[in-house]
Write a protein that binds this ligand. Structure first.
Ligand SMILES: Cc1cc2nc3c(=O)[nH]c(=O)nc-3n(C[C@H](O)[C@H](O)[C@H](O)COP(=O)(O)OP(=O)(O)OC[C@H]3O[C@@H](n4cnc5c(N)ncnc54)[C@H](O)[C@@H]3O)c2cc1C
Length: 597
């Protein structure tokens, strides 16, 4: 076993982790550990854009961005945090630009912007161009830019090291236990401050846009340390995943004028969101697609609809909507223009579907996409231990694994890339500041025991359960019953199933007993994380007897501000019992209203 010592240890090398590390390393000895080689992090898969009211192409204001985010969150987002993020947005986008991020440009050379769901001109209610983009590879560019900055500034990376446990001493974070994937060796990283930036857990669901590695390790570890997770019932389904595969087709396609069409050839979003239509917020569009499918208007009666971005369709509906270019001329696109703006999307469709979106519509269905909930934090990215806001000294979280909460019950597109850089930066600054004034806690002798015991339980199990079987059953039941629409009965079925699967998980059997790159062992351990997160999600969702944002209950179809304008906190006790408590939403300027798009 090797032991290392750093002032600050960042776990995760996606956008949040890299931004945190860049800032922490300015003042503190910092190391980044990541189970993936950094540039393989899911941030690199983000397509459509990062939201900031630059106003480069039309009038826009951080205050409009703030209001849209509050409204998009279905009033569950904390308004102080949302305001902070939206006002930081322009500066942080320019900061990325100055680091060298190759944004797409307007003819005048400014950062180009496109419309995205839920982002509006607050006076007209019409979509506003707020998403700053680099073609349809915005996340890729952010990740590469931040990583290159990391190399330039000499950041210390431990690539392909998987965190298995968090070390807590006297109620403070004191380091992490990680496995070196190449050798199977356990390492201890002794630290004054730990930043968790481990990303989401979309692999809980069957149809998902998330990479295989998004198994919620950081969130599950925090839960096992006796700390709560916030708002786990709010999980976003993106409306447009490739049928059956779940691979994401960015909302930017609709931003460029693509429309959703049902089996009757209708542009059905006109009925569900008369003003912004295909650019309503994601929860609204996902539900509309589900209803169309359920009422038999899926294409050929199947479980998908079409996303149509053929130039003739785009131009027809742009004319109907009266859409114009920034100079006031009518909005007309050509195939060449689409190819330039959406190269990866067109490539994905050609590769995975064998269809060309320039001449054929794309079959899509909602796909599990984004965790609004996660490790509770405040604006400084400090992790919170309870409903009173008690800070866990030395522990920070940022990015998708954290819940600040800026997304509330539903995240707007482009706001996650913004969240990861804004709060990654906060985490880096505040963790380094904390480390400057703190001493190392003494390392306990048994620091690695819990991590080891978990792996040994898997290696020594005498059972014959297989990872793939348990995973498949979990994903299916979560997709069917804790997905876009929910009922008490369905969720109870899901919960019973998850508990059965957790019992069976104790008898899991793996074939690889080796030390070198034992990814089977790690997949089994990750499945344990997914099961815990699925259980907490379902219990939090069962308790919330209302519909809000992405949590849509057929048995409680209305939002209930009187009883449920509050955040859920869920603890998992050592005996496996889940306890729920609640805390108020921070409301500063915007009183809850009915959401109309
Ligand atoms: C296909 C797709 C498209 C998207 N498009 C957009 C978009 O256009 N705009 C937008 O705003 N948002 C978008 N999102 C959402 C956004 O990209 C993510 O929420 C965001 O990038 C998450 O960043 P992160 O830094 O928190 O985590 P990630 O980028 O997921 O990184 C997680 C990091 O944690 C590490 N890690 C995890 N577990 C461990 C462990 N146990 N030990 C060590 N390291 C660990 C991983 O190695 C990785 O480096 C998209 C998401 C997807 C899936």
């Amino acid at each position: 076993m090797k032991t290392h010592q750093y002032d600050v240890v960042v776990v995760g090398a996606g956008g949040a982790g890299l931004m945190a590390a860049l800032y922490a390393s300015q003042r503190a000895r910092t190391a980044v550990i990541s189970k993936l080689y950094p540039t393989r992090s899911h941030t690199g898969a983000a397509q459509g854009g990062i939201g900031a009211a630059l106003g480069n192409m039309e009038e826009d204001h951080p205050e409009w961005h703030t209001y849209d985010t509050v409204k998009g969150s279905d009033y569950l987002g904390d308004q102080d945090a949302i305001e902070f993020m939206c006002y930081q947005a322009p500066d942080i986008v320019y900061e990325l630009e100055h680091m060298g991020l190759p944004f797409s440009r307007t003819p005048e050379g400014l950062i180009a912007q496109r419309p995205f769901g839920g982002h509006t001109n607050n006076i007209t209610g019409k979509p506003v161009r707020r998403a700053c983009y680099a073609a349809d590879r915005t996340g890729h560019m952010i990740l590469q830019t931040l990583y290159q900055q990391g190399i330039k500034h000499g950041l210390t990376f431990y690539d392909e090291f998987q965190m298995l446990d968090l070390i807590m001493v006297n109620g403070k974070a004191a380091g992490v236990v990680a496995l070196e994937i190449a050798t199977g060796e356990i390492h201890i990283f002794h630290a004054k401050a730990v930043i968790l930036a481990t990303g989401g857990w979309g692999r809980v669901w069957e149809i998902t846009s998330n990479a295989f590695t998004l198994t919620g390790d950081g969130a599950a570890i925090v839960l096992r340390k006796g700390l709560p997770l916030e708002d786990m019932e709010f999980y976003q389904f993106h409306p447009t995943g490739i049928y059956k595969l779940g691979i994401l087709i960015t909302e930017g396609v609709r931003g460029e004028g693509g429309v959703l069409i049902n089996d009757k050839g209708e542009r059905f979003m006109e009925r569900y969101a008369p003003t912004v239509k295909d650019l309503a917020s994601r929860d609204v569009v996902s539900r509309a697609i589900y209803i169309e499918i359920r009422e038999g208007r899926g294409i050929n009666g199947q479980r998908y609809v079409y996303l149509d971005v053929r130039p003739e369709t785009v131009n027809k509906y742009a004319a109907i909507d009266g859409r114009t270019r920034p100079d006031g001329s009518p909005y007309v696109v050509t195939a060449e223009e689409l190819l330039a703006k959406l190269p990866d999307i067109i490539d994905f469709c050609r590769t995975y579907l064998g269809i060309d979106p320039v001449t054929e519509p794309i079959p899509v269905q909602p796909t599990a996409h984004y965790a609004m909930g996660g490790i509770p934090t405040n604006i400084k990215a400090e992790v919170l231990a309870d409903e009173k806001g008690t800070v866990v000294p030395g522990l920070y979280a940022a990015g998708e694994t954290a819940c600040v909460s800026v997304h509330g019950a539903n995240r707007l597109g482009t706001n996650s890339l913004l969240d990861i850089v804004v709060f990654g930066k906060q985490a880096g600054i505040h963790a380094a500041e904390y480390a400057e004034g703190a001493d190392f806690e003494p390392l306990p002798d048994d620091a690695a025991d819990f991590a080891r015991a978990q792996l040994e339980a898997i290696l020594n199990s005498q059972g014959s359960e297989r990872i793939a079987d348990i995973a498949t059953e979990m994903k299916r039941v979560m997709m069917d019953h804790v997905g876009v629409f929910r009922t008490a009965e369905g969720m109870q079925q899901a919960l019973d199933k998850i508990r059965e699967l957790k019992a069976r998980f104790k008898y899991i059997h793996i074939d690889d007993r080796g030390k070198t790159f034992n990814t089977e062992l790690l997949s089994a351990w990750e499945l344990g994380n997914l099961l815990d997160l699925a259980e907490v999600t379902t219990i939090s969702a069962l308790a919330r007897t209302e519909s809000r944002g992405a949590h849509s209950r057929e048995d409680y179809p209305k939002r209930d501000d009187e009883n449920w304008l509050k955040h859920t906190l869920a603890w998992m006790h050592p005996d496996g019992q889940v306890e729920l408590r609640y805390k108020p939403v921070v409301i500063t300027k915007y009183q809850p209203k009915e959401r109309v798009y």
